[in-house]
Design a protein. Structure first.
Length: 502
């Protein structure tokens, strides 16, 4: 242990960033609880640490989301087709308890289901999650009672996932734990958390991001592989990681991440692949064969066209658009004046998938919320995007209420629903645009303006570049001036903060 004489008195831990001091919207919102924190406040001396506060807020907001589902819990899921839509409280969970054979004790992937969907159409780890919840559901009482309990059990398990997400985001950026309040308070997060089982994959992805920020490449890969075994989208994060490690020359760490992802995914999937291949493959064949569905711009095209595109055409075009987006994101990573932060590219790649996909279920917003907070922790921009997502959340249920209410036509007609889709698309594109601007003009990035390089980047944080494309060799021309701490990277690759005007 070093002695007091060996430890310079001037060496201190970096001061945590407080949003109420650097964000006008956060400062204004803090008036509800007494205003921004004072400079004489005693931080770190109470049980109420930022992480604990954020976890409790996340649980509280999740509970409010459960209350919002109350009209469906008592009647909407069971009596009348449109009631669950007019109250905006729909959930897949109770309907699939019987619809996917859990009520009858059928084993997912192995036992064939009656009806049109002959096997469970979810990835294996999500199927395990659903089956565990079924084991915990009491088998007594009528089917309505069992479905209510099944939703309640799943809600309890998903609440744990929500708390894990909030804690992981709070700890990923060590100097910015309060940014995770955006996750905890996100209205779209609370409204969509129990529609489906997406929170399992989101929690595993958030934990993977935390491991990468700590420099634990193999643990990141293992968790990312498990997340991919629960939902397909997490594997997309390997793309941004590839180009960032390429630019920084961190091939060994990328190899560990890739290997861990492949092995953990195989450990979960291989037993089902070997002994129930037809059931295991249902998720992939269903995704391929599924037609144009809710929430996508493809639906607007189809419903306004006298000759709508076929499913095969949409699959091909969506794939081409996604590949173009991947190429654009890779080019951005190589030409940016400073290597982009991992969370920035992670958000862009998942957003590109959502924007080009042929379906956008309202719970898909959960995929983006933690990444958005890490990529652009600016309260105004985040709340603008959330307002767009809440508008879409209401729009889809009002549209379904309209289509299921018969001649009464209660709800939102088709053209109104198209506007709701457009609002969702524009909100997501807006957030993508400000993140791209932050990448091209690093002085606008609120994370880097506070003196950090890439706090979620792990081995990439402060690392030197070994490969860039020509534009990255030239300093950017900035359109604005800032008097704030900026980050410079010298030849040693270590970030340092100084004050300057740009």
């Amino acid at each position: 242990m070093p002695s007091a004489e060996m430890t310079p008195a001037s060496v201190r831990e970096p001061e945590p960033v407080r949003p109420t001091r650097e964000d006008a919207v956060a400062a204004a919102g803090s008036q509800l609880i007494g205003g921004p924190i004072g400079r004489r406040a005693l931080l770190g001396t109470s049980w109420w640490t930022p992480v604990r506060v954020i976890a409790l807020v996340a649980i509280g907001m999740f509970a409010l989301g459960l209350v919002q589902k109350a009209p469906c819990y008592t009647s909407g899921w069971f009596f009348g087709a449109s009631s669950q839509y007019t109250h905006a409280c729909y959930s897949d969970i109770p309907h699939l308890y019987q619809g996917r054979g859990f009520a009858d004790g059928l084993v997912p992937y192995f036992d064939k289901l009656p009806g049109d969907m002959n096997y469970l159409e979810y990835p294996v780890l999500t199927g395990v999650f659903m089956e565990v919840a079924a084991w915990l559901t009491p088998g007594s009482g009528g089917i309505q009672h069992q479905e209510q309990w099944y939703w309640f059990v799943n809600a309890g398990m998903l609440m744990v996932c929500a708390a894990v997400i909030a804690v992981c985001v709070a700890r990923t950026h060590a100097r910015r734990p309060w940014d995770a309040l955006l996750v905890a308070l996100a209205p779209a997060f609370a409204l969509t958390a129990t529609i489906n089982w997406d929170l399992l994959a989101v929690a595993l992805t958030a934990a993977a991001m935390l491991m990468w920020s700590r420099g634990r490449s193999l643990a990141f890969g293992i968790l990312l592989g498990l997340a991919t075994a629960a939902k397909l989208y997490p594997v997309l994060l390997l793309g941004p990681l590839l180009v960032l490690c390429w630019r920084a020359g961190k091939w060994k760490d990328f190899g560990k991440a890739l290997g861990g992802t492949a092995v953990s995914w195989l450990v979960v999937n291989l037993p089902v692949m070997l002994f129930a291949f037809e059931g295991w493959s249902k998720f992939y064949t269903f995704s391929q064969e599924r037609g144009v569905d809710f929430g996508s711009f493809w639906l607007i095209w189809s419903q306004n066209s006298t000759n709508p595109p076929s499913t095969d055409t949409v699959n091909t075009l969506a794939m081409l658009l996604m590949l173009l987006c991947c190429g654009g994101i890779a080019a951005l990573a190589f030409v940016a004046p400073r290597r982009p932060r991992f969370a920035q590219l992670a958000f862009l790649i998942v957003a590109a998938f959502i924007l080009t996909n042929k379906v956008y279920s309202p719970q898909y917003v959960l995929w983006l919320v933690p990444l958005a907070v890490l990529a652009r922790p600016k309260w105004r921009d985040f709340l603008i995007w959330q307002a767009c997502e809440v508008a879409y959340f209401l729009g889809i249920w009002m549209y379904l209420a309209y289509t299921t209410s018969g001649d009464a036509h209660k709800g939102l007609p088709t053209q109104g629903y198209h506007w709701a889709i457009a609002v969702h698309l524009l909100g997501t594109l807006f957030l993508c645009a400000v993140i791209v601007r932050d990448i091209l003009m690093p002085e606008r990035d609120v994370v880097r303006r506070s003196g950090d390089d890439d706090p979620s980047g792990g081995v990439l944080d402060g690392a030197e570049d070994v490969f860039v494309l020509r534009p990255a060799a030239h300093p950017p021309r900035h359109a604005a001036h800032f008097d704030a701490p900026q980050v410079e990277w010298g030849v040693d690759g270590q970030p340092s903060s100084r004050d300057r005007s740009l």
